[in-house]
Design a protein around this ligand. Sequence first.
Ligand code: ASP
Length: 314
Amino acid sequence: MTFRQDHLLGIEPLAPDEITSILDLADDYVALSRSPDKHVETLRGLTQINMFFENSTRTQASFELAGKRLGADVMNMGLAASSIKKGETLIDTAMTLNAMQPDLLVVRHPHSGAVDLLAQKVNCAVLNAGDGRHEHPTQALLDALTIRRKKGRLHRLSIAICGDIAHSRVARSNLILLGKMENRLRLVGPPTLMPAGINELGCEVYEDMAEGLRDVDVVMMLRLQKERMDGGFIPSEREYHHLYGLDADKLSHASPDAIVMHPGPMNRGVEIDGTLADDINRSVIQEQVEMGVAVRMAAMDLLARNLRDRRAAA
Ligand code: ASP
């Protein structure tokens, strides 16, 4: 296993061999999670605190289950509702929790860069569970594991990422990861939802779904991030669905065995047609959720190994 990191703050700092190590270990944790006894003692004695300053359903549940399957003591802090309202700063909250001697801090925050800042202040391993529109590394890793298992490889695939790219940390982390693994990347969506500096990303950019999806192996849909939009980015949801909502007709332009992905939560009838999302022959959305637990187990296991080594050497 090659994994040299103290924290998992983003995909950007990871080398391809480190990404492969996480995915290889995650494959073992998929097998464990499918077995009758899903519990191991890998993180026994360690405390994991989940600090979610922004709402989450699947990511928080997934991290909680991952920690419990590995034998850690897991605590969830619903911070959007508590100290934040009393005006405590991010760093104060982190220092308070740090004083409780956690070993793994899983943090989601609405501001880009907040999790990096926090990692500089605490003396445990920090995992970014999504910061603003910056990164969501475990989402990109679970997407990579899903693709690798479905397609048998994670390189030289043609992958279209579609929809609200500008506001999406999922798109950012995926672009970085899939680029590092040498795939052909396409971005498809209206120009209003494309990020600034798009031409430097080294992707092909399409405004038209039929052209953008032509012969691709993977179609990755994104949620319209309405909470991050401060103006009118689309004429109407109905119009958006007509032009960019993935349905069987638009998918027919992709390779016949192309898989359909979505990080959730889905806006059915907006960026994706509900029937297609549920079509188990094309959609791998449920597999993505399953892979999420395994990838988070692998990431926490590898970080805990490094943490124990660092503490032993101190
Ligand atoms: N769940 C993902 C995130 O937290 C995707 C989304 O919300 O659309 O970024």
